[in-house]
Design a protein around this ligand. Structure first.
Ligand SMILES: [Mg+2]
Length: 220
């Protein structure tokens, strides 16, 4: 297979294996397949920080455990980068995700589309394989609409896109409006603060609900 890691996201979107005659499901990782907030919380906990979730944010929910001082952006960026190198063991898979993807993959192509630092590629691919989600993975940066449009152009079947972040869902709605959009936020503490647009992007609380929605929207 083509070595996807040598390619830009746009090139990877053209090289990744997609069956032109079947539906296509494009899936995010963090807060969709992996409990990112919980994992990051565990990781920063070993560095003297704790998480108090009271807004839809990452670094702004992290405080020094002893002083109570908020995490500054520079330390946050460092911890974030280290997390992608060393923190794979802290990430728990979201319940039912692997089973739902396995069932769906019998009927459609599945592609993982994740925004992660490039240095996290190996750990991330290893994590997906270890947890039974060994699908082709594209690492993207920035809004996902353009690369989703490139992927969607490669099939005559229906296309679906799952993400936790509203800006990505809105970006796909703009770049590839024919793609069905689904939102999921695995962390129940974060969920109440999440920006949503349920009239435009379907919402699922868990993978049992998500699997039903995808079947309804993607299978003719
Ligand atoms: Mg995510």
């Amino acid at each position: 297979m083509t070595q996807l890691h040598t390619l830009s996201p746009a090139e990877a979107a053209r090289a990744v294996p997609i069956d032109a005659g079947r539906p296509l499901l494009i899936v995010d990782v963090d807060e969709v397949l992996a409990h990112f907030m919980q994992g990051f919380e565990r990781f920063v906990g070993r560095h003297g920080y704790e998480m108090r979730i009271d807004k839809f944010a990452l670094f702004q929910n992290v405080y020094h455990a002893e002083t109570g001082a908020p995490l500054d952006m520079e330390a946050g960026k460092r911890l974030f980068d280290d997390f992608f190198l060393q923190g794979a063991d802290d990430l728990e898979p979201v319940a039912g995700a692997a089973e739902a993807l396995e069932a769906l993959a019998a009927q459609m192509s599945v592609i993982i589309l994740t925004n992660a630092p490039d240095h996290g590629r190996e750990a991330r691919a290893g994590w997906l394989t270890f947890h039974g989600m060994d699908y082709p993975m594209i690492i993207n940066s920035g809004l996902k609409g353009p690369v989703v449009a490139d992927l969607a152009a490669r099939t005559r079947g229906r296309v679906g896109f799952i993400d936790d972040l509203l800006p990505n869902l809105e970006s796909v709605a703009e770049s590839a409006p024919e793609v069905a959009r689904f939102q999921m936020i695995a962390d129940e503490r974060l969920r109440p603060y999440a920006p949503t647009n349920k009239a435009s992007h379907l919402w699922a609380d868990d993978w049992a609900e998500m699997e039903v929605l995808i079947q309804q929207r993607l299978m003719p």
